[in-house]
Design a binder for this molecule. Structure first.
Ligand code: GTP
Ligand code: MG
Length: 197
């Protein structure tokens, strides 16, 4: 799919204030620093569209970006960031949960996982919560430029085995490197296929 236009629309903390209408939307979630905002910039080809940082906890709001004037990409705050204090963490947790459970236009959630690390409890529990709530999701393994191809295959295999301990079927799994622009076509085509179905 070709990206003809990508524009920032609105940031907010309240799901009720997200854009009205029926355009399908695709949101990115995962631990702080996993590369959600960078992936939005890579997919759209616009470097400064979503704000990124080396420090975790950069994105704190629900950010809507309109693509080709007929669908949205949504950048969400990360979970699991310890330095914001209990109240700040609970607040972000509530924003994320309300958005995921109440946003009817949410067509697919991409759960981003850093390909370098072994399966983390917080991500596995989050995906179980998605399953319990019937939220459609896929996994994107990020930062694949940071490890060798062999190591990536090993990590992928181990992750899939871990998932199969609690899931009967694996969700769709995609790979990305925002640094090297790997996975761009696959992710955009995946979205395009869902948009057309
Ligand atoms: P929060 O908004 O804090 O939740 O983080 P985020 O998930 O949006 O992460 P962000 O996109 O801000 O990226 C965090 C850091 O990882 C930045 O320094 C990025 O440059 C780096 N990064 C993101 N994706 C990649 C990638 O594919 N490869 C490499 N090498 N670095 C990446
Ligand atoms: Mg971010």
């Amino acid at each position: 799919m070709e990206i003809k236009s990508a524009e920032f629309v609105i940031s907010n903390t309240d799901v009720k204030k997200c854009p009205a209408g029926n355009f399908p939307e695709y949101a990115f979630i995962g631990r702080s620093n996993v590369g959600k905002s960078s992936l939005i910039n890579m997919l759209t080809g616009k470097k400064g569209l979503a704000m990124t940082s080396q420090k975790p906890g950069k994105t704190l709001l629900i950010n809507h970006f309109i693509i080709n004037n007929n669908w949205f990409l949504v950048d969400l705050p990360g979970y699991g960031f310890a330095q914001r204090g209990k109240e700040g963490r609970q607040n972000i947790q509530r924003i994320i949960e309300d958005y995921i459970l109440e946003r009817e236009q949410l067509t697919n959630l991409f759960v981003l996982i850093d390909c370098r690390h072994e399966a983390q409890k917080i991500d596995l529990e989050f995906m179980e919560w998605l399953g319990e709530n019937g939220v459609p999701f896929s996994i994107i393994f990020t930062k694949i430029d940071k490890i060798s191809k062999g190591r990536l295959q090993e990590n992928l295999k181990a992750y899939q085995e871990k998932l199969l301990e609690s899931w009967e079927e694996l969700p769709p799994i995609l790979l990305s490197s925002s640094e090297k622009k790997d996975g761009r076509e696959e992710i955009l085509d995946y979205i395009d296929t869902i948009n057309k179905s």
